[in-house]
Design a protein around this ligand. Structure first.
Ligand code: PMV
Length: 330
């Protein structure tokens, strides 16, 4: 009996101009474009194996067999590839996250990107990177950006046309750049980004201003990236992130991802700047704070942050690559 196997690693990404809101929830089409930086230190490794005589799918995450609900999500995603290959084989998906799962470090981004690449390879589909980013997007929006390394743009696209919303590389990030991730909390986040975006669109009185905010921020951040102007990039990213959190806060009832420690981290980053460091914060759908800075200052910044956070909660990452193929585990 033949089996079709492959194993891939994909890295997570952190948006500098955020995606917050879908215009089509089924297809995960975003209201706005977004732009991210892929990170080296956080990634998912995923192996898939398809077998003609398997009727059911199995999903093992971090060495634990997952329940029906989690497996159903994976099955639905893998269906994109089964349809392309015109097969009905069952799949075993074995995944390991080198990311604190669901702590706002976008484990779903690296997870769906790695799964998309592994399915493509195992079934010999030879889909383009663009096509993989379109499929990954339908697992989790931000996953579309994890198909590439460095700075990546996710194009919003047109209307309800799925094929027009994909990610593409914007610029390499092979310069003096890093993120110091402050892991405020390993525990699962309180509100999924999926629900929270929808709730924000429906109830925030300010949501109508968000597309213009994103357009302005993208227009300003692109030349700043090309000029490697970290001060300008940082100021735009910080403001964009806080505008996104302001939207969430203005939803009814309010969504607050920040915890006391997040605010303490923000305060420290502001003090670091007063002391001459180039350090700027961003936050996603969880309490963790990520500090964009030069790689050459990252260790000094980490030491300063260790006055209020344990060192093992402070992780330095350089910019990361796109997905890579790994040897299949026997
Ligand atoms: O891709 P999702 O559904 O996990 O949403 C990601 C949302 C943010 O991380 C807050 C922003 C972004 O652009 O990654």
């Amino acid at each position: 009996m033949p089996s079709y196997q492959a194993r891939y690693q994909a890295h997570t990404n952190i948006a500098l101009v955020k995606y917050w809101g879908k215009r089509n929830a089924n297809l995960i089409l975003p209201v706005t474009p977004s732009l991210s930086l892929t990170l080296e230190a956080f990634y998912t490794q995923t192996q898939v194996e398809f077998k003609p005589d398997w009727q059911e799918d199995r999903f093992v995450l971090n060495h634990q067999l997952q329940d029906e609900e989690a497996t159903a999500r994976i099955s639905q995603f893998v269906d994109h590839f089964r349809r392309q290959a015109d097969i009905g084989y069952g799949v075993q998906v074995t995944s390991q996250n080198f990311v604190p799962t669901a702590a706002g470090l976008a484990s779903s981004a690296s997870a769906y990107a790695a799964l998309a690449c592994a399915c493509n390879e195992a079934l010999n589909l030879n889909l383009s990177q663009r096509k993989l980013s379109i499929i990954a997007r339908q697992g989790s929006g931000s996953a579309s950006r994890s198909l590439y390394g460095g700075f990546v743009e996710w194009v919003a696209g047109e209307g309800d046309q799925s094929e027009t919303s994909y990610s593409q590389p914007f610029a390499p990030a092979d310069w003096d750049l890093a993120m110091v991730v402050i892991v405020v909390n390993h525990k699962a986040k309180k509100f999924s980004s999926r629900w929270a975006m929808d709730h924000t669109i429906k109830t925030s009185p300010f949501y109508s201003q968000w597309p213009d905010q994103v357009a302005r921020d993208l227009e300003a951040i692109k030349p700043a990236i090309l000029q490697k102007d970290l001060k300008a990039i940082g100021e735009i990213a910080e403001h964009n992130a806080m505008a996104m959190h302001a939207l969430a806060l203005s939803a009814k009832p309010s969504i607050c991802y920040m915890q006391g420690e997040s605010l303490a981290a923000i305060d420290q980053v502001q003090k670091l700047r007063q002391d001459g460091f180039l350090a700027y914060y961003t936050m996603d759908a969880g309490p963790n704070v990520k500090v964009l800075c030069p790689y050459s200052q990252a260790e000094a910044i980490r030491q300063r942050l260790s006055r209020i956070f344990p060192l093992d909660q402070l992780i330095i990452s350089r910019p990361g690559p796109g997905p890579s193929r790994l040897e299949v585990d026997a």
